[in-house]
Design a protein around this ligand. Structure first.
Ligand code: ATP
Ligand code: MG
Length: 448
């Protein structure tokens, strides 16, 4: 992409309505525009990051054997009356009437609808286990939408649902989700710590929230600092291996890590004092096992091997896809702007031409641009007729992890400059070498 043709409405001024850094930077970098309270348009740069995050979620779900599908955003109230949640959900549910006066709603989550699909089509224990998920817009009429996309009213969420014959199988599904979520967040350059949580209106006993530590987080969290040393890394995992998934769950959830809802002061005191941490976190996902709550309410049974009807065991799992864009910025920025982790960056590298109009500099930039594109990388070429300072400031603000700077002086010696946004360190090298370096850097992030 050439910056001269890209729609990137960056703001010079810091928007006064934004209270936290991710909201400020998303507005300043031209990623989003508020349409009304808690509802945003995603401009090209923001949309690109949203898509990158969504793609990682899809790829990791596929590895775990979960099937993507799509359910409507507008649902009839009938099913929600059947489950009892039409009244329980309260003011957060956006209720709509259609032209015939029928009660409809904008889906805040989809347990009812998926259970209805299940009861219509699945009749036998032989069809289990089954896990389906969608990535779809949700609406919750939050009392206080704030912090930009972090607490929106309309937000983009991955929601998945598992159906299993026995509690044991459903707990394996729970563990499998925990593992796949760990991998998902790590690919986004995030450490998201699973913490024992409260189930809220979804119901159920077993639930973990995934929290990214950040001062601006809305949740108060209590943990043993040893949990921050854990990382899943690139170890191999077989999602059908019950023992292996259970082992990972144990490894990541045994040490104390809880939200304020489940915090137990006495247990916390047992951790050596120097490892006790009280901090704040951003909830980026949650997994639930809720047994037969919805299958009982909605009559979702299968015929067991003895011919008798058995209610299915279920769980649900959510990832805040749009919230993650903000959470990643909260975790990764500096005074000059965003610093995208390689896994989610909207463009792989910026190309800054220090002397637009200089035949040699223009030619070298074009050559770099074509070579990177041909290798499947996406560069953003700043080909505007602007001063170098302005170009650098824009690149720093939008946070591409790598920048190649091209100028007549360097070209005389056959070199360009490759700069890391994270460390600020620049290295001179021939253009071919810069290309090679980028290919190496991004190799682990592609085609997974
Ligand atoms: P919260 O406690 O933050 O209100 P929740 O526990 O009600 O969230 P879930 O039902 O667990 O939310 O939804 C799954 C994920 O969707 C959450 O982990 C969070 O990342 C995201 N999410 C929930 N509400 C919002 C919102 N209003 N705006 C953006 N993302 C949200
Ligand atoms: Mg939650």
């Amino acid at each position: 992409m050439r910056l001269s043709r890209y729609f990137l409405p960056v703001l010079k001024e810091t928007p006064s309505e934004a209270q936290i850094v991710s909201h400020r930077l998303m507005l300043r970098a031209g990623m989003i525009k508020q349409a009304s309270a808690g509802i945003y348009s995603w401009l090209p740069l923001g949309f690109k990051v949203l898509r990158r995050i969504e793609t990682i979620v899809h790829e990791e779900q596929a590895k775990a054997g979960h099937m993507p599908m799509l359910m409507p955003t507008i649902q009839s109230a009938d099913l929600w009356r059947e489950s009892g949640r039409y009244d329980d959900y309260g003011e957060e549910m956006l209720r709509i009437k259609d032209r015939h006066g029928r009660d409809m709603l904008f889906t805040p989550t989809a347990e009812e609808l998926i259970t209805d699909i299940f009861r219509a089509h699945v009749g036998s224990y032989k069809d289990l286990p089954l896990t389906m998920y969608q990535i779809q817009w949700k609406f919750r009429d939050e009392v206080r939408p704030r912090f930009g996309v972090m607490r929106g009213r309309e937000f983009y969420m991955k929601d998945g649902y598992n159906f299993d014959l026995t509690k044991e199988d459903a707990l394996h599904a729970y563990n499998r989700h925990l593992v796949s979520y760990l991998r998902t967040y790590e690919r986004m350059g995030l450490q998201a710590i699973p913490m024992r949580a409260d189930s809220g209106p979804i119901g159920g006993d077993d639930t973990h929230e995934f929290l990214v530590l950040a001062e601006t987080g809305e949740s108060e969290v209590f943990y043993d600092s040893a949990v921050t040393d854990l990382s899943f890394g690139d170890r191999a995992i077989d999602y059908d291996d019950v023992a292996q998934c259970a082992g990972v769950l144990e490894e990541f959830t045994t040490k104390y890590a809880r939200t304020d809802e489940t915090h137990d002061a006495a247990l916390f005191e047992q951790i050596p004092e120097e490892r006790r941490r009280v901090a704040r976190g951003i909830e980026v996902g949650q997994i639930f096992y809720f047994g037969t709550k919805y299958s009982d309410a909605l009559g979702a049974t299968v015929q067991g091997s003895d011919g008798k009807p058995v209610p299915v065991h279920m769980g649900s799992h959510g990832i805040g896809v749009s919230r993650l864009v903000g959470a990643i910025i909260e975790a990764s920025h500096d005074d000059n702007g965003i610093i995208w982790p390689e896994g989610v960056t909207p463009f792989h590298a910026g190309i800054v031409n220090l002397k637009q109009g200089d035949a040699e500099a223009d030619g070298a930039c074009e050559a770099l641009y074509s070579a990177l594109t041909a290798l499947g990388l996406e560069p953003l070429y700043d080909d505007r007729n602007e001063r170098a300072g302005g170009k650098f400031a824009t690149m720093d603000l939008i946070g591409l992890p790598w920048r190649i700077t091209v100028g007549p002086r360097g070209l005389k010696n056959g070199v360009v400059e490759l700069t890391s946004r994270r460390t600020g360190v620049s290295e001179e090298m021939p253009p071919e070498q810069a290309i090679e370096r980028l290919v190496e850097i991004y190799a682990p992030h592609r085609g997974q």
